[in-house]
Design a protein around this ligand. Structure first.
Ligand SMILES: Nc1ncnc2c1ncn2[C@@H]1O[C@H](COP(=O)(O)OP(=O)(O)OP(=O)(O)O)[C@@H](O)[C@H]1O
Length: 337
């Protein structure tokens, strides 16, 4: 048996509110699945994990409960976190390995020491030998090929499902960061409420998400789309369909984006003046799945008066960065928590 098969490969795990990704050293991203876990409430057994659990949403009997590890950018359920970690490690490391893998995991910045230790324990319990925790913003910056060791400020906004994280980084660290609950899930709820109030239709989360991802936009757009959606009529309780337009979606989500802009302005105001020049030069980097919202970069540029650069790989910047860290652990060890 070769030395490699004794030690096995090391892993990086980006545990997200909606999606979890796993990077295996020398192979790249090998898992990209929903973070959902389905339980049978009668027996407390886990009946499905990942995409197969996600597919049960809204279609399963009452005894099936679907839970996720994170909510609003915070660890909401450690049991579910352990189940996801174990699922990822078992799936990534098949067969016999004398030594368990070293694992890098991403965590929201601003995570408390207690949460940090609990996250570490959950990963060790699930089969990791050593656990290194890195803030997701730093992982995203590394994944986007920024040289984070430079004495140069960068403003990164990560539009995730559970939260939006606004951070300024410089010299291998986070200078200032704000994690706010206005992520993709919050925006989906705004769309659900808008459709209820203005079209008397009750729609599900998946429909709201489809509206957001296909026809929604923010700011002044030149092209308008529409989408036929179905739900339950508020008055009759019967199934019903309507056409929903880009203008409806903008109306539904614009207040939330005004708040996000306010929070970005707040972080910019708190930024040390020496770094402001760098941010003027580099602009704002946006990543995370929510950064794909139509017109978001132009809207932010107009409102903030700064250049906005969209990530080319918004879903995988963090896991690619975490993957680079696990593959070059000695070089990056100092940035871990
Ligand atoms: N085209 C799109 N327009 C707007 N939002 C989108 C689009 N595509 C995906 N999203 C949203 O991106 C979010 C998922 O992004 P991502 O996978 O980065 O989140 P996550 O890592 O699971 O969450 P978090 O970082 O908050 O833990 C979802 O809310 C999804 O609806």
């Amino acid at each position: 048996m070769g030395l490699l098969s004794i030690f096995g490969a090391n892993l990086a795990i980006d545990l997200g509110t909606e999606n979890t990704r796993v990077y295996k050293e020398k192979e790249g991203i090998i898992i990209n699945e929903s973070s959902a876990v389905a339980f049978d409430t009668r027996t407390a057994d886990v009946v499905a994990i990942g995409n197969s659990a996600h597919e049960m949403y809204g279609k399963s009997p009452e005894n099936i409960m679907i839970l996720k590890p994170l909510e609003e950018g915070k660890i909401a359920n450690f049991e579910v976190t352990k189940i996801i970690f174990k699922y990822c490690i078992d799936k990534a490391i098949e067969g016999f390995n004398l030594f368990q893998p070293k694992v890098v995991i991403t965590a929201p910045s601003g995570i408390s020491d207690i949460e940090l230790r609990a996250l570490e324990d959950a990963c060790t319990y699930s089969g990791a030998r050593d656990v290194y925790i890195v803030e997701s913003t730093l992982a995203s910056a590394i994944g986007s090929e920024f040289d984070i060791s430079k004495n140069e400020g960068r403003l990164i906004v990560n539009f995730g499902a559970g939260s939006t994280e606004i951070s300024i980084i410089s010299m291998n660290g986070i200078v200032i960061s704000k994690n706010i609950k206005y992520g993709g899930d919050y925006i989906d709820q705004e769309i659900i409420d808008y459709v209820y109030d203005n079209h008397s239709l009750i729609i599900g989360k998946n429909t709201a998400k489809e509206i957001k991802e296909t026809i929604a936009a923010i700011g002044e757009v030149t092209t308008y789309d529409e989408l036929e959606i179905s739900g339950r009529d508020v008055m009759t309780g019967m199934p019903s369909s309507i056409m929903i337009k880009t203008s409806d979606a903008i109306e539904a989500i614009k207040d939330t984006f005004n708040i996000i802009l306010e929070e970005i302005r707040y972080v910019l105001e708190k930024n040390p003046p020496e770094l402001s020049r760098d941010i003027l030069k580099n602009g704002i980097f946006i990543t995370g799945g929510g950064s794909k919202l139509k017109n978001l970069n132009l809207y932010m540029e107009k409102e903030l008066g700064l250049r906005v650069v969209k990530s080319e790989n918004p879903f995988t910047d963090a896991i690619n960065g975490a993957g680079k860290i696990i593959s070059n652990l000695e070089e990056y060890k100092k940035i871990g928590k």
